[in-house]
Design a binder for this molecule. Sequence first.
Ligand code: NAD
Length: 383
Amino acid sequence: MGMVGGGRDAFIGAVHRLAACMDGHVAVVAGALASTPEKSLASGRDLGLDPSRVYPDWQTMLAAECKLPREQRIDFVSIVTPNFMHFPIAKAFAEAGIHVVCDKPMVLTSAQAKELCAITAAQKVVFGVTYNYSGYPMVKQARDLVRSGELGDIRRVVVEYHQGWLATPLESSGQKQAGWRTDPARSGAGAIGDIGSHAEQLASYITGLELDSICADLSTFLPGRRVDDDAAVMMRFAPRNGVAARGMLIASQIQAGCENDLTIRIGGSKGTLTWSQEDPNFLVLRSDGQPERIFRRGNPYLGNLAKASARVPSGHPEGFIEAFANVYNSIAAAIRAGAGGPQAATEFDFPGVIDGARGVHFIERAIASSQSQNKWTEARFTA
Ligand SMILES: NC(=O)c1ccc[n+]([C@@H]2O[C@H](COP(=O)([O-])OP(=O)(O)OC[C@H]3O[C@@H](n4cnc5c(N)ncnc54)[C@H](O)[C@@H]3O)[C@@H](O)[C@H]2O)c1
């Protein structure tokens, strides 16, 4: 694996490296790790990478790696830069036939997303998007329970992601992650893009429901801030079995004291599921006329996907990095199997380029709805 971004002082790059390498399927061998050549080289030294494969920028990395014999060249690139850089980097590597892992939101516009879908199909590359919450074993169990009909017809989806780290004008203090996230040119959007995209993907992964229309209310609480920092989106889904589910999505970064409080509740005609990211090792199912059931990670009664994505016995907690590693493991399995194209994501159970494109579409439609006087806004997505 080669990495673009994730140098000194970066946040998620280090998590990607831990996750990718956790189970021994992947090794980091190359990188253009930062926005300046000096910092990239210093960051490569920190990681003990071979200096000949620590590059001053991603263009040099791509050119140099392509010149290496196939067996030495990186199999895939992992892109962990601020959002606005994702598109040119992903496009260039995918066009060169190098598999891509890209963090969310995948790109800034639907036009860019469509282009990446087309390149992924034409080049038959594996393209993963690190919507890491769908890597949790109990999220996979939730998906299984919905699919097997345990909940009956889905009627109500409520997904909430509450953070508090932008409750103050942190960007004015020079804090790097807050700086680019609140700059629309570099982030594309605020809370709706940064964490609303995760919430949308989590709901989609578990329920498989398709959005029909949305009604969004995006707000900016901090004076002078240039992106939304709080979002509420009502959702109407396309009917399934004649039932059109309704939903509510909240993505807020200004709720003081909240950390990564992501919770999803899915209510159906027979039962209701609840899962929370800050306590991810169990899943609650409440059914009509029955005592509450609690599914716990690492137990033999779970579905195959939930069982296969856990590492240690029940009672030993697993968390964020293990879930992230599950996404990487599925991507690595697809690459090793010689799979490629957008459909590899479905076959190997990881979030792919179409999920990334759907996420970008959702962000765009939410912004359009919030700005519109005609509140209900068509939000159907076609890949
Ligand atoms: N999946 C998740 O849970 C999750 C969590 C946090 C961030 N993210 C996403 O990951 C990405 C990075 O976020 P972050 O918080 O780590 O940001 P960050 O600011 O901490 O790190 C960004 C890194 O990219 C580097 N960079 C910038 N321009 C570059 C260039 N041209 N070439 C090479 N490197 C360059 C910076 O030097 C830095 O090392 C964003 O897209 C963000 O949305 C995802």
